[in-house]
Design a protein around this ligand. Structure first.
Ligand code: GLA
Length: 384
């Protein structure tokens, strides 16, 4: 974090609360290289933390009051630390409130109130987990200030619990795990059943590649119905197939699945089963042959999300198509879907012309101008 930004967030905190904060904690957003909608099916994911972060400036209070303010809203939200509940009124503050609640559920801390100011350069609604970044920045801060003693994987769980119970989005554990366990130039290969994580070198820069984000600016929200209905279809598929989760199925089971399931449920299941296999192949190929060898898996993942899981939108399909036409190694939509961003793994020398081509195609198609930028893999959440 630059000295300037650090000064700025401390200054903002002091301007709002009239005293100096104890410290600043930061947590990155994430991009998922591959493994979509596999986390809540106890499968595999391979995201990485990005060089865009949320900063939480926090001081504990002597009473039970929690106050949270941010650079992106004029409102300071308040709640009693002992009485945090799901409510529309929480708005974005449901993320920090939710984490404060979850840490109390998962440990025996004597929680006190706190004042918090949040600043972030993770774009909101782009599928880059701006919300998990808030949860994880506040999570590492409270874990330290309250002496809760939770490990990073436990803090990821706390973030997921916050999201599920206080925000009301039935999401999995990928985003928080990436934000907490990320490592510079590495991806986080996570088994969402055992929660064992392995960091694997990406080697993009060494191979002359960059990872481009194409934020379509089509906003998405996982508390809306699409995400939950996909999750429900996966649960129905697993139940009908007689397994605890789709993790237990492989491609060899798809024939039977097609016989037993209705067409839509079958295609949802096929996406998850093949996506798990693609994650394993991606990690294997990355280790053995480097990043230039993973492109076809990224394209196949996109196709599967477009046709089988049906979570893509025209803007994402267009971005992937143009990226492929202009020489990307691989490209796919990333995150929960229904909007958000696509990623493209691109030789550095092609970035400029690809950016122009995608912007031109979006204009021709009558879409909003996308925000296109490169990201690198960064370290996970920590005190600044
Ligand atoms: C969102 C959720 C994650 C995961 C992805 C889809 O980002 O928060 O848990 O399910 O969608 O892969």
């Amino acid at each position: 974090m630059s000295e300037q930004l650090l000064k700025k967030v401390r200054h903002e905190f002091t301007a709002i609360y009239n005293y100096e904060p104890t410290g600043v904690w930061s947590a990155p957003g994430r991009v998922n290289l591959i493994g979509e909608h596999t986390d809540y099916n106890e499968g595999f994911v391979f995201p990485f933390a990005i060089n865009r972060s949320t900063f939480a400036t926090i001081s504990l209070r002597a009473d039970n009051l929690i106050r949270v303010a941010s650079s992106f809203s004029p409102v300071t939200h308040e709640i009693d630390v002992r009485n945090i509940q799901k409510s529309e009124e929480n708005q974005w503050a449901a993320y920090p409130f939710g984490v404060a609640w979850a840490i109390q559920q998962m440990s025996d801390v004597q929680a006190t109130g706190f004042d918090c100011f949040i600043e972030s350069d993770v774009p909101v609604g782009a599928g880059l987990s701006s919300s998990a970044a808030i949860e994880c920045a506040v999570g590492v801060a409270l874990n330290e200030l309250w002496n809760a003693g939770l490990t990073k994987p436990q803090l990821a769980k706390a973030g997921q619990l916050a999201e599920n119970e206080i925000v009301g989005a039935p999401t999995g554990i990928m985003d928080q795990s990436a934000s907490l366990l990320g490592k510079k130039d590495h991806g986080v290969f996570l088994d969402c059943q055992s929660l064992e994580a392995e960091v694997v070198e990406l080697g993009f820069a060494k191979a002359g590649l960059e990872l481009l984000i194409i934020d379509t600016k089509v906003a998405h929200r996982h508390a809306d119905g699409g995400y939950a209905s996909r999750r429900a279809a996966c649960e129905l598929g697993a139940k009908t197939m007689g397994v605890p989760s789709l993790r237990y199925l492989t491609s060899a089971d798809l024939h039977k699945a097609q016989e037993l399931l209705d067409d839509v449920t079958f295609r949802r299941v096929r996406h998850v089963v093949t996506e798990n296999e693609r994650v394993l192949k991606t990690v294997e190929r990355l280790k053995e042959q480097g990043p230039k060898s993973i492109g076809d898996l990224m394209y196949a993942s996109h196709q599967s999300m477009r046709d089988d899981f049906e979570i893509s939108v025209d803007e994402l399909d267009e971005a992937v198509k143009i990226a492929e036409g202009f020489g990307a190694i691989g490209a796919r939509m990333t995150g929960g879907g229904f909007g958000g961003a696509a990623i493209a793994l691109v030789p550095s020398e092609l970035i400029d012309q690809m950016t122009v081509a995608i912007k031109y195609a979006f204009k021709q198609g009558g879409f909003i101008e996308p925000n296109i930028f490169a990201v690198t893999a960064a370290d996970g959440a920590a005190r600044v």
